[in-house]
Design a protein around this ligand. Structure first.
Ligand code: IPE
Ligand code: IPE
Ligand code: MG
Length: 231
């Protein structure tokens, strides 16, 4: 079995999952956080190198205040509960996105998880939080333009070098979106150029080890040609 090195997941459907059970949307987010644990442990076991999870987009600030407040608290609840287990499993935590907009205690708990796990050599679990691909590109382009203006480098950027200006430099092998929507919603636009895409109707809180294995299996049936011809 060929395991994708980099998997990115748009964790969608928490709200609908809760609604279907007559629960508040926040109950879906809570359950969804537990799914993060399950899926991260399993991806680690399967030998995935980097798992990038879309937890909060730059557009999610549009949601009702109560829901945003809960989503801001969630990383704290998650890491307080699971950091020990992540450590025991040699998982390294990183994040992508502009953390500054989150409450100070949320920022602190995330930064602590990152520093505690930085020597770990297993799966890299990257949480995309206040992340938007367009914003990522804009920030990277600004940084590059500044360096050119300062004569720190020539105006000779190539595709590989552009990745150095992004929050997430890796190419994505497999992109999964749960809960049936067929769109990308501003996630990793540059990095998914040749990703295999899987859209599943399963809601994120119901996603589990078996679902991840099915996606990896489906990935194995894809013929990745990268613009070449079938081998
Ligand atoms: C994904 O679930 C979690 C976040 C975007 C934070 P949603 O909250 O988008 O759930 P649906 O799409 O409304 O069901
Ligand atoms: C994408 O889901 C963002 C995250 C999963 C964090 P949304 O539920 O916000 O996306 P849209 O609004 O349906 O495109
Ligand atoms: Mg959604």
């Amino acid at each position: 079995m060929n395991v994708p090195k980099t998997i990115a997941i748009i964790m969608d459907g928490n709200g609908r999952w809760a609604k279907a059970k007559g629960l508040p949307r926040t109950a879906g987010h809570k359950q969804g956080a537990d799914t993060i644990r399950t899926v991260a442990l399993h991806a680690n076991k399967r030998g995935v190198k980097k798992l990038i999870l879309y937890a909060f987009s730059t557009e999610n600030w549009k949601r009702p205040e109560d829901e945003v407040r809960y989503l801001c608290k969630l990383p704290g609840l998650f890491f307080n509960r699971y950091i020990k287990e992540l450590m025991e499993n040699n998982i390294q935590v990183t994040f992508a996105g502009e953390l500054e907009r989150f409450p100070a205690d949320t920022q602190k708990v995330i930064r602590k998880a990152v520093s505690m796990t930085e020597e770990n050599t297993g799966l890299e679990l990257c949480i995309a939080i206040n992340y938007g691909s367009r914003r990522e590109l804009v920030l990277g382009i600004r940084q590059y333009a500044q360096q050119v203006a300062n004569h720190q480098r020539a105006n000779d950027l190539d595709e590989d070098q552009l990745a150095d200006y992004l929050m997430i430099p890796e190419e994505i092998d497999l992109l999964i979106r749960t809960s049936g929507e067929l769109r990308i919603s501003n996630f990793l636009l540059w990095q998914i150029a040749y990703a295999e895409l899987i859209f599943t109707s399963v809601a994120w809180p119901d996603f589990d080890e078996e679902q991840l294995d099915r996606c990896i299996e489906e990935f194995n049936h894809r013929d990745r040609r990268f613009g070449g011809i079938q081998s």
